[in-house]
Design a binder for this molecule. Structure first.
Ligand code: GAL
Length: 960
């Protein structure tokens, strides 16, 4: 009842004035003003990272990723919900198992994260159909509009997903703090649709503010439709200033300076999707994407944005990218891996980008005045025009935030200058393509920070004293000035730091080297422990909150949580071995990471002992007041070799006597698809309910004997192909159509997509009797619908034209044999082996012949390989495992990889640059038997198939 009333109230408010639902005396209320979001009146700087649960089909690992977000200082996760992932056909929805989004939202809450819920209906995300189920292609009415057929379809989805989101809202004690409607919806489309999505959400109980993410530069939805129908409460902007040109990682803001615009005066500045990685459109490999969007980019662009625009709502795309398993990938821009060059790799490992997020994220969470700032004037450095400053200040506390950066943003030189600031002359030094946010006039716990030219990472009140972690570029000068009533006592415990006191200000001067420790006592304030490090030293710190206050930890791979009880500090932490080079991600990804070794804990004084997970760690008390010990390296995790492969050829469908009588008759003479068929009957796979993966066609005709060629057209999405047989004889293959595949609304549909002309060898035809054409079409994913263009989105898959010299042909079609109840509708297509379960662990393969895929020759068609292996990874360890294809792949074959029945990816010379495939725990049995099955489709004879194939570990941490 309460909900109904609230919903009605919210709807009234939404329709009338678009005011956030304000609810007096609500338990938890989400409001906002021009500065920031507020939860129960408390300002929140929202620091979110994007995560796609549908790209990590192991619910058990969701917690790991979300805890890693939290440990990096994120306080929110942004979640797309993929309609396609839950709905194999109209009216059928699955929210169980790997699709259990209730569990996802609970896990986010348990990890201490707010959620930005983004259920679309359209999500883009380089996912097949942009998240629209393929069955929507057969629905009349323009997709992403208020037209009737589509409206019925998307309302069906919203009424399933909204109630789940609604019961996890902040307003009901859950984590969902914002609801994002649609995705980069453009101005020239349909306001009634945007409004209806919101009305449906309100009707379904959504009462948190509604946002939307506007494409690129704010030039579309939110600015033009700011107040009319369809306008949302908090529009935000998406920004990808580094582009997606990973092959050229030296680029510097080719798509602009990346400053998030203020869209309205009454709402905070919201960076709804800010670049934190890239799609690998040029097949450069994700390590290059990570470099393109690495710490230098993050330092300059994120800080520039923070101080220049005063944004307080950030969502970084992606925090963790994941895997396009099954047929999840949109065909044009991505392949199996959606690693994205994100701060956390596809195999869930941490990178130097993670470290940079942590330095910045901790700062945002620790320094509260950041949530409310206005621009203020600041003098530029007096003695070097190469550097410049931009500043903001909190109008209530006067705290200043000064960004120091190069005047020429592309400058690559290191420049030094003097700042005349807050009554002091202090040195600053900025590397090329770097920027620092310096703070002045700040109540740092019980201290008063006059200024610092080191950046603040975090500070915490521990044991009646303040512990602060400051940092700067290795070798750069730093000065920190603190205010005291009388001269305090300064003890330099470590490093070289000089101090002077005058006029109430204590000034510390130093160079950033290693980790300096300065204890300041007296002076009328509680003690202060200053830890002043290089970037790398700062990144070794973790902060965790306990019931008895915050704890700071230096060392370990990751601190997930901490607690203090009695005389013991306990950490739930990951302990790494010596830095093991990563198979992908490269040595650079580990450069800054601490291996096993020192662990230091700043905890309340009652804590005299340290326990990490189930292990007691011997510790000594240091002069810094901390506990210092060391961790043990984890046990090694040996992996088996992959041997005993067995093979079996398939494709009985190619043979003339194959019984296809139970296949679907392809006899439609009309379609709702906006693309007219080249010939009749309509052969579009989606029109017959076959939406994902391979489809077979068999065409029967009574030959006159005069036929000379079989002329086909197929559209598969980029990188697809098709293979053709006549009366059991292989005629050859052709590339699937790329009709405006990566194109746009300005490119007219190609009249002759994916053509294949197959000459009929003499003597092949049997005049007067039944002749059989068999065609195997390897469809890729479905096009996105980025610009709400049905011609692009509804582009058919499968054959779109077929003729045999005018002789009538009766066609039948066969795709996937139903929907896998556990793995879902995107797991399988219609290969014979898939239809008969050859990919499933239980399939008996003892009659299969011994053959190693790496050495056995391939004939055109489909060959399956299977092997099994046992694992017994050390208990309590996290050892992400990958499957590696050594050797050079041939463009003549493509390989579907099944792990225990799950389609974990596609490999091949024409498919993409990927050679390593993650086998996520959950799908992988880490303590028992596993089955691998490979379906290899060859277009032509190949002397040797894919391989050598091996297992490898991306890393090994003890998750204590
Ligand atoms: C954005 C879009 C995201 C994703 C991203 C590129 O424009 O909203 O869904 O596609 O681009 O990775």
């Amino acid at each position: 009842m309460r909900r109904t009333l609230l919903v009605l109230l919210a709807m009234l408010l939404t329709c009338a004035t678009l005011v956030v639902p304000t609810r007096a005396a609500a338990a938890r209320e989400v409001t906002y003003d021009r500065y920031s979001l507020m939860v129960d009146g408390r300002r929140v700087v929202l620091q979110a990272a994007e995560f796609h649960y549908f790209r990590l089909p192991s619910p058990g690992l969701w917690r790991d990723v979300l805890e890693k977000f939290k440990a990096a200082g994120f306080n929110a996760v942004s979640l797309y919900f993929s309609w396609a992932y839950h709905s194999p056909k109209s009216g059928v929805y699955d929210f169980t198992g790997v699709r259990d989004v209730d569990r996802l939202l609970r896990t986010a809450s348990e990890a201490g994260l707010y959620v930005i819920a983004r259920p679309g209906p359209y999500i883009n995300a380089e996912s097949s159909g942009g998240g629209l189920p393929a069955w929507v292609k057969t629905v009349p009415g323009r997709a992403r509009s208020s037209e009737a057929g589509y409206q019925t379809a998307y309302r069906e989805w919203l009424h399933r997903i909204n109630p789940i989101i609604a019961r996890h809202q902040v307003t009901d004690g859950g984590p969902v703090v914002l609801y994002n409607a649609e995705n980069e919806y453009q101005v020239n489309t349909d306001a009634a649709y945007m409004q209806d999505i919101q009305d449906q959400a309100r009707a379904d109980g959504i009462d948190v503010p509604i946002t939307t993410n506007d494409c690129c530069d704010g030039g579309s939805w939110s600015s033009t439709w700011a107040t009319g129908p369809g306008a949302v409460q908090i529009p935000g902007i998406d920004d990808y200033p580094q582009s997606f040109e990973c092959a050229n990682p030296g680029l510097w803001g080719p798509w602009g300076e990346g400053l998030t615009e203020r869209l309205r005066d009454d709402i905070p500045v919201f960076a709804a999707e800010y670049q934190a990685g890239a799609i690998d459109v040029g097949n450069a490999g994700y390590d290059k994407c990570r470099e393109l969007t690495g710490p230098a980019f993050m330092k300059y662009f994120y800080k520039n944005n923070l101080v220049t625009t005063g944004a307080t709502m950030f969502s970084y795309y992606m925090g963790y990218g994941g895997t396009n398993w099954g047929w999840l990938a949109q065909p044009n821009d991505v392949y199996t891996s959606y690693d994205y060059g994100a701060p956390i790799t596809e195999a869930r490992r941490l990178t130097p980008k993670y470290d940079e997020f942590k330095r910045q994220g901790y700062f945002l969470q620790a320094v509260a005045p950041l949530a409310k700032t206005d621009p203020v004037a600041t003098p530029p450095p007096s003695d070097n025009p190469a550097l410049t400053t931009v500043a903001r200040a909190n109008p209530d506390t006067g705290t200043q935030f000064v960004l120091v950066k190069h005047t020429d943003r592309a400058a690559t030189s290191t420049d030094a200058a003097t700042l005349d600031w807050a009554g002091h002359r202090v040195p600053v030094q900025v590397k090329g393509r770097d920027a620092h946010v310096l703070v002045a006039g700040y109540d740092l716990g019980g201290q008063r920070l006059t200024l610092s030219t080191s950046e603040i990472m975090t500070h915490a009140a521990i044991d009646g004293r303040d512990v602060a972690v400051l940092y700067g570029t290795a070798g750069s000068p730093g000065a920190t000035v603190l205010r005291y009533g009388s001269e305090p006592r300064v003890t330099v415990l470590d490093g070289r730091v000089t101090s002077s006191y005058s006029g109430g200000d204590l000034r510390l001067d130093y160079s950033h080297e290693g980790l300096a420790r300065v204890l300041v006592t007296g002076g009328g304030r509680r003690p202060l422990m200053l830890l002043i490090g290089t970037d790398e030293e700062a990144a070794r710190f973790w902060r965790a909150d306990t019931a008895s206050g915050p704890v700071l930890v230096r060392g370990t791979e990751l601190v997930r949580s901490a607690s203090v009880s009695g005389d013991t500090a306990r950490l739930v932490a990951d302990v790494a071995g010596d830095a093991t080079p990563m198979a992908t991600g490269g040595a650079t990804s580990l450069a800054a990471r601490a291996g096993a070794g020192e662990v230091e804990v700043f905890a309340p004084p009652a804590a005299r002992r340290l326990r990490i997970g189930t292990h007691d760690v011997r510790v000594n008390r240091t002069p810094s007041g901390s506990l210092l010990g060391s961790t043990r390296a984890p046990e090694p995790a040996p992996l088996p070799e992959l041997t005993s492969w067995r093979a079996r050829p398939e494709a009985p469908e190619a043979q003339p006597r194959f019984d296809d009588s139970r296949w679907t008759l392809a006899d439609h003479t009309a379609t709702t698809n906006p693309h007219p068929p080249k010939t009749l009957p309509v052969l579009y796979a989606d029109d017959y309910g076959y939406h994902y993966g391979n489809v077979w066609y068999r065409g029967h005709f009574t030959a006159t004997g005069a036929e000379t060629t079989i002329d086909l057209n197929a559209i598969t999405g980029l990188r697809g192909n098709y293979l053709v047989w006549l009366n059991g004889r292989y005629l050859g293959s052709a590339a699937g159509g790329v009709q405006a595949d990566s194109g746009d609304q300005w490119t007219p549909p190609n009249p002759d997509p994916g053509p294949g002309h197959f000459a009929i060898p003499s003597g092949m035809l049997k005049p007067g009797t039944d002749n059989v054409i068999a065609v195997l079409v390897a469809n890729m994913g479905h096009n996105d619908d980025w610009i709400a263009d049905d011609l692009r989105f509804k582009q058919p898959r499968g054959l779109i034209g077929a003729s045999v010299g005018g002789t009538p042909v009766t066609w039948r079609i066969q795709g996937a044999a139903g929907v896998d109840k556990i793995r879902g509708g995107l797991n399988n297509g219609g290969l014979y082996g898939e239809r008969t379960g050859w990919h499933l662990p239980a399939h008996p393969d003892t009659s299969w012949k011994n053959a190693d895929p790496a050495t056995a020759p391939l004939t055109p068609g489909v060959t399956w390989y299977r092997t099994s292996f046992k694992l017994d990874l050390p208990k309590g360890h996290d050892v992400p495992i990958g499957l590696r294809f050594g050797g050079d792949p041939s463009p003549a074959y493509r390989v579907l990889i099944f792990l225990n029945g799950w389609n974990v990816g596609q490999y091949g010379g024409d498919i993409g640059p990927q050679r390593d495939f993650t086998l996520p725990a959950g799908l992988l049995n880490e303590h028992g038997l596993n089955t691998l099955a490979l379906a290899v489709t060859a277009e032509e004879p190949v002397p040797a198939g894919p391989g050598p194939i091996s297992l490898f570990a991306y890393g090994n941490v003890r998750v204590d």
